[in-house]
Design a protein. Structure first.
Length: 202
């Protein structure tokens, strides 16, 4: 085994890797959300806990201060799949908020493009640029050793796999959905169910 240290923001994640290196290893139910620092300047924040309103950086788990958190990856390079994914998230978002939860979308887009995407699709949730896919990598849904473009026709950019997680206030994953073949977008009913569970058991 070979160990390497990956830097995510200012935090260190140590991974033991075989010589062939790791493919994606998505976080699973009951796993703990890793410590990941986020630069708030890279995102558009429409719903932040009050204690973070004037912060320059934060840890991902600080979004759990007010309740459960839904985290979902996205890239415009997913083409039509990406459009369907955003539409579903926008549709379920009011229900997530009504249940006391929040939503963060990790995108491959630059900030100016994020603003355009929000305006074009009338999105109400938080979106942040996942610089070099570092957050997606910490969640186990991106690996340069298993590129999406190598298995999905029509995708040529370096993007994460389609994934959605629901996290309870104790930083535990209560729901994970990964679509490695980009066939079926996540279920809005499953997200709603998971947020209810996260609220009860967090």
């Amino acid at each position: 085994m070979k160990s390497i240290i990956k830097i995510v923001g200012e935090d260190y994640i140590i991974s033991s890797l075989p010589k062939s290196y790791q493919k994606i290893q998505p976080l699973k139910n009951r796993d703990t959300l890793p410590l990941v620092r986020i630069n708030l300047e890279l995102g558009v924040w429409q719903h932040l806990p009050s204690s973070l309103q004037t912060a320059g950086t934060m840890y991902l788990h600080q979004l759990l201060q007010d309740g459960p958190l839904v985290i979902s990856t996205y890239s415009p390079d997913w083409n039509e799949y990406g459009e369907r994914h955003l539409k579903l998230l926008n549709g379920i978002y009011p229900r997530i908020r009504a249940l006391g939860g929040n939503l963060l979308v990790l995108t491959t887009e630059y900030f100016k493009n994020i603003v355009h995407t929000i305006q074009e699709h009338d999105l109400g949730f938080n979106i942040v640029q996942d610089y070099e896919n570092r957050i997606s990598e910490a969640l186990g849904v991106y690996s340069k050793y298993e590129p999406v473009w190598d298995r999905i026709a029509g995708i040529s950019e370096d993007v994460p796999f389609a994934a959605t997680f629901v996290v309870n206030p104790d930083r535990r994953i209560v729901y994970n959905y990964v679509d490695p073949d980009f066939e079926y977008v996540v279920s809005d009913k499953e997200i709603e169910k998971a947020v209810k569970i996260a609220r009860l058991f967090g």
